[in-house]
Write a protein that binds this ligand. Structure first.
Ligand SMILES: [Zn+2]
Length: 75
C-alpha cells in the first residue's frame, strides 16, 4: 500500500488530515481494501471474480476536526 507524499487539508473545513486506512474484517481476518479495475463481476465461488484485474491498496485520510474521509489508490 502506498500513500501520497504530501500533507492534505480537509476540503470541507481546511483542517489537517491524517493518513490511515480502512480495514475489511471477515471470518476472523483483517485486510486493507483494494481498488480493482473495471466493473464488479459476481462469482458463485468467491463472491467476486478478480483474476487478471489490476488491484491497488487504498490509503484513506481522515480530517481530525470534522471526520471527513478521502481515499487514494495511488499504486
Ligand atoms: Zn474537516
Amino acid at each position: 500500500m502506498s500513500e501520497p507524499n504530501r500533507s492534505l487539508n480537509c476540503p470541507r473545513c481546511s483542517s489537517a488530515m491524517e493518513p490511515g486506512y480502512i480495514i475489511d474484517v471477515a471470518y476472523g481476518t483483517r485486510a486493507v481494501p483494494k481498488w480493482v479495475a473495471g466493473l464488479p463481476q459476481k462469482s458463485i465461488w468467491t463472491g467476486l471474480k478478480l483474476s487478471g484485474r489490476d488491484q491497488i491498496g487504498v490509503a484513506t485520510y481522515r480530517c481530525r476536526r470534522c471526520g471527513y474521509l478521502e481515499s487514494y489508490a495511488s499504486g
